[in-house]
Design a protein around this ligand. Structure first.
Ligand SMILES: [Zn+2]
Length: 379
């Protein structure tokens, strides 16, 4: 009997979160919720009544010009919950406080250029305090802190492990530290996985069975969403495409491997020894400079080699590019698509598409805070 009650409670909680998850991105009518979730109309009405009573959702005015009674859209209440998002990367750190409808209420660039690790962590704590103060949000309404950082990391322990070129943060139990200082739950995930989940939750590439978010900037990050879920290896590892070798007699990589994709395709590594200081400068020059075009072609080759290897293990059908390479992506993408679709083993039966990641204002902070909401809305 106890099991039956527990199962019923679990199912109820699961269905409530399912509805909240759906409404977090867009207003949807009761009938549409039933259609999208497979719940009965009666169940949806009951759940909606409860969530309305708790002021977690609200009814909007019916829209549309057709005759007859229009369905009433339901929407999430902005103040149903809040999350803090911290995006930590090699080029700096930004943090923000976000409401349930993905509006950033306050944000700060965290000054981490100088000082010891302890001083930097203290700077993070002060920033969090300031964000809560400036936004005027009650701390008990904040669900937690999402930290997005370069991998590899241990998401379960909340520890940054040994990301190359990120030495100061090696072996930092940032989750436990922040939890102790703020009293809030902390969730740590790698930059690319965060962005992958955020794009997917924002209805990007929803028709894709397996999509890869390929983050190309000072490093190479990768996140794979397979059938709607983040693909994880055993233990705490998510995918680290940047550290598969594309040349086993090649350049040594700080990770310990040889010829890693990141050792060639991360922007600083690509441009080392050239006349170009940035990807943007390279793309601008490529309009008239054959040398710049050749370097860009090389980048397409490196990235495609990584995607092809991955495609032979996980059947990737869509690649979404993010990071610095979005500038001039219309030149890079056809080169990548051509190479991938002419060399991948499945080329006869499947075409891999490469898309530029949609530019979303505040995507760094939003993708980090999204970890909190997405964890809070699963059972
Ligand atoms: Zn490596």
């Amino acid at each position: 009997m106890g099991t039956v009650v527990r199962n019923a409670e679990y199912t109820k909680e699961y269905n409530r979160k399912l509805v909240l998850r759906l409404l977090r991105k867009n207003p949807v009518s009761r009938a549409e919720i039933a259609r999208l979730t497979g719940l009965t109309r009666a169940s949806v009405s009951l759940i909606a009544a409860e969530l309305l009573e708790e002021e977690k959702i609200k009814e909007l005015r019916p829209v549309g010009g057709q005759r007859g009674r229009m369905p009433t859209p339901l929407a999430i209440c902005d103040d149903a919950g809040y999350a803090l998002g911290i995006y930590l990367n090699r080029d700096g750190c930004t943090a923000g406080l976000v409401n349930m409808s993905d509006s950033i209420l306050a944000q700060e660039r965290v000054k981490l250029e100088e000082g010891s690790k302890e001083q930097k962590l203290e700077e993070l704590r002060k920033t969090i305090e300031k964000l809560v103060q400036v936004s005027g949000v009650l701390k008990e309404k904040i669900w937690g802190i999402g930290v997005s950082a370069p991998g590899p990391l241990d998401g379960e322990k909340g520890e940054i492990l040994n990301p190359p070129q990120f030495n100061l943060w090696h072996k930092t139990p940032i989750g436990a530290w922040l939890r102790e200082k703020t009293g809030l739950p902390v969730f740590l995930e790698n930059n690319a996985t965060c962005l992958a989940r955020y794009y997917y939750d924002s209805r990007e590439a929803q028709d894709s069975e397996n999509f890869l978010l390929l983050l190309v900037d000072s490093g190479i990050g990768s996140g794979i969403i397979s059938k709607g879920k983040v693909l994880k290896g055993s233990g705490y590892f998510t995918s680290e495409l940047g550290h598969i070798s594309i040349n086993y007699h090649g350049r040594p990589c700080p990770c310990g491997n040889v010829g890693c994709l990141e050792a060639y395709a991360a922007i600083p590594n690509l441009l080392r020894g050239t006349n170009f200081d940035s990807w943007r400068q390279l793309i601008d020059a490529s309009k008239s400079d054959e040398n710049a075009r050749e370097i860009m072609r090389k980048e397409a080759e490196y990235l495609s080699a990584g995607v092809i290897s991955l495609n032979h293990i996980v059947n990737i059908d869509t690649v979404i590019l993010a990071g610095e390479v979005l500038y001039g992506a219309e030149q890079l993408i056809p080169l990548m698509e051509k190479q991938i679709n002419s060399q991948a083993l499945r080329r006869e039966s499947q075409t891999v598409r490469v898309l530029p990641g949609k530019k979303i204002e505040g995507a760094r902070i939003l993708s980090a805070s999204n970890i909190v909401f997405s964890r809070g809305l699963i059972v």
